[in-house]
Design a protein around this ligand. Structure first.
Ligand code: ARG
Length: 459
């Protein structure tokens, strides 16, 4: 076999050197995008009379055959031909003869690979956006069931104030909304065609870049040929958006893991998203949530890898850039998988409403209610805080909670405390009264859910 670029060479690299250089083991993932890019390129060459109609049609026919074979998984790639571009060109020439060698007229692998990556990422980002929407819908469904589920709200992982469980879940809805908006915005920078930039400087052929961009469904094309072949910002941006998305999923994963422990017992994950132990028969492990939390590490790593690859690169193309692919493929796979897992987990989990209620009824997370009660009666908040602090200390010594303190005792601490304090201290009332905009009050949570649903119906 001779190399497609063999003319200038008197020696071939040894097989193990070819192995090191080759990207075909992973860039074959771009097979469809690469053929589509070639079809658009040849269609343009024909339209601009750079290739005759007969030649172009022969090539187009050959490319369509390759596309079909790729769909049927009938193409065989070889390390000798290094990457997806050279492999496909070789297969094309095998398929239709010498004329296949005209495909690369006015094009380079540098604008070709950039085109493939733009096409690929545009599609995958659109898929990811849809998966985020599905997870958001799952969160809304679970939230609607739990508006009046009173659960402990935490700061520093110490019980802080009671909140609606739906309020807690909806917080993730908004994180995901921002993730989605970032991905939607990034499409502007992904949806650009590098095709026709050539190796770096453009081409002497009278090509029509706007036409090939249009063939591929791109919204625009690069203004600068050097930029077209050197830009990997759109991949860095995708990796960065993915890191943040995974960070959000990882935080939710951590909460699911915690909440499903014997110590918390706030939720039970469905059997279909958990595993057992090979030795301990009683175990039900939250493996899927743990894996999402763990896989966040590799996504963060992929971002740092690419930034590091790019940081010292002179213009224009350098082979270092071949390292942009595996991390991107891996991130797409990880993000898609994690979103699907969470969508399933959120929809199928059991919320242990009674257990949450009991928990929040037997703690001091209603202490702020008492302080607010005194402040509303004119006691400066700082003093009210002090009084309640002393009462909490008293309760800890007595082994009771604020709801158990007698009115007589309360009045020793402040004569302003009256009989109505007991209804004020009830966790349900505490949640209900937090009716400030965006607060955990039921009315606010309902508004939030409604707004979320409207957003989902818009996109
Ligand atoms: N396999 C290469 C990559 O993934 C394609 C571009 C090669 N260009 C070149 N001039 N060697 O980056």
């Amino acid at each position: 076999m001779s190399k497609l670029w063999g003319g200038r060479f008197t020696k071939k690299p040894e097989e193990w050197v070819d192995e090191f250089n080759a990207s075909i083991s992973f860039d074959q993932e771009l097979v469809f995008e690469d053929i589509e890019g070639s079809i658009a390129h040849v269609t343009m060459l024909k339209k601009c009379d750079i290739l005759s109609a007969t030649e172009a049609d022969q090539i187009l026919h050959g490319l369509q055959t390759l596309y079909q074979k790729a769909s049927d998984q009938e193409l065989e790639f070889s390390v000798e031909y290094e990457d997806i571009h050279l492999n496909l060109e070789k297969l094309l020439i095998d398929e239709i003869g010498e004329v296949g060698g005209k495909l690369h007229t006015g094009r380079s692998r540098n604008d070709q690979i950039a085109t493939d990556m733009h096409l690929f990422l545009k599609r995958r980002v659109q898929e990811i956006i849809e998966l985020i929407t599905e997870l958001q819908e799952g969160i809304i469904l679970q939230s609607e069931e739990n508006i009046e589920t009173i659960s402990p709200g935490y700061t520093h992982l110490q019980r802080a104030q009671p909140i609606s469980f739906a309020h807690h879940l909806m917080c993730y809805f908004w994180m995901l909304q921002r993730d989605k908006e970032r991905l939607i915005d990034s499409l502007k920078r992904i949806d650009i065609s590098p095709l026709g930039a050539g190796a770096l400087a453009g081409t002497t052929f009278p090509i029509d870049r706007s036409y090939s961009a249009e063939q591929l469904g791109f919204g625009s094309y690069y203004e600068n040929s050097l930029d077209a072949v050197s830009d990997r910002d759109f991949i860095v941006e995708f990796l960065s958006n993915s890191s943040l998305l995974m960070t959000h999923l990882s935080r939710l994963a951590e909460e699911f893991i915690l909440w499903s422990t014997e110590e918390f017992q706030f939720i039970e994950l469905d059997d279909s998203f958990t595993t057992g132990s090979s030795i301990m028969p009683q175990k039900k492990n939250p493996d899927m949530a743990e894996l999402v939390r763990g896989k966040t590490g590799r996504v963060n790593g992929n971002l740092v890898s690419l930034l590091t690859v790019l940081k010292g690169l002179p213009l224009a193309y350098n082979k270092d850039m071949q390292e942009d692919k595996e991390g991107m493929f891996d991130t797409v796979k990880t993000v898609v998988g994690s979103l699907k897992i969470f969508n399933g987990m959120v929809r199928t989990m059991t919320v242990k409403q009674q257990k949450m209620k009991e928990t929040v009824s037997n703690d001091f997370s209603n202490a702020t209610e008492l302080a607010d009660y005194l402040a509303a009666k004119g006691v400066p908040f700082r003093q009210a805080h002090e009084i309640v602090g002393k009462l909490v200390l008293h309760c800890i010594e007595e082994g009771c909670y604020l709801k158990d303190v007698s009115l007589e005792r309360y009045q020793q601490y402040s004569p302003l405390i009256e009989e109505d304090i007991y209804s004020i201290l009830a966790p349900y009332a505490a949640v209900e009264r937090r009716n400030s905009y965006g607060g955990t009050g039921f009315e606010q949570v309902k508004k939030q859910i409604k707004k979320g649903k409207t957003l989902l119906s818009e996109n």
